[in-house]
Design a protein around this ligand. Sequence first.
Ligand code: ECB
Length: 129
Amino acid sequence: MPTSLCGTWDMISNVNFDGYMSALISTYLRKIALRLKLKKVIERQGDQYIIKTLSTFRNYAISFKIGQEFEEFTKGLDNRHIKSTVTWQGNKQKCEQIGEKKNRGWAHWVEGDKLHLELYCDGEVCKQV
Ligand code: ECB
């Protein structure tokens, strides 16, 4: 069983967020988004995970079961409809997001007392801790 990702996590670093966002949206929102200190709240209720991304500007939340494809609408982000599946691969919780954008997804894992997140899309990789 992988280390629990559950908890409330404050962002301390965010590398190439603008590159990742440039694969998804145009410049205007990126300027706002770049300044945000994001907070992740990860909860598990039975076999259901809830991941909330919180900021002073907008919030975003998904809920899913491991291994079960779900329809994700990235409301308030790039506003796309995608098909997402989250699985465990070793100690990493990985999400594959199938849609218009190629090679899109993310991975979460814990190292020491820190939550790591890699967001990727179309060759761009953003690394958040
Ligand atoms: C919700 C806080 C960010 C609000 C930014 C507003 C506008 C930017 C619009 C599009 C940029 C594309 C993505 C934003 C990046 C981060 C938010 C969600 C990242 C994500 O996919 O988190 C996963 C893994 O933790 C769970 O949804």
